[in-house]
Ligand binder design. Sequence first.
Ligand SMILES: [Ca+2]
Ligand SMILES: [Ca+2]
Length: 70
Amino acid sequence: MGKMTEAEAEALFAQIDTDGSGEIRLRELRDYGQANGGAIEGIRLPDFVRAADSDGDRRITLTEFKTFLA
Ligand SMILES: [Ca+2]
Ligand SMILES: [Ca+2]
């Protein structure tokens, strides 16, 4: 998408990855979405997961996250 800087994407990732595991699980996304109108950067959570989780393991690594957003 290319609308965030890498630093912005990293900061957002850290905000969503509340347990600091280095990957975002669906539950972390849902928790974040509940506080943010069910969306991340205006993208609905199910669409976000489908688009950002490029290897389909239902977890979003920092690399996947940055590839999608930055
Ligand atoms: Ca995590
Ligand atoms: Ca993944």
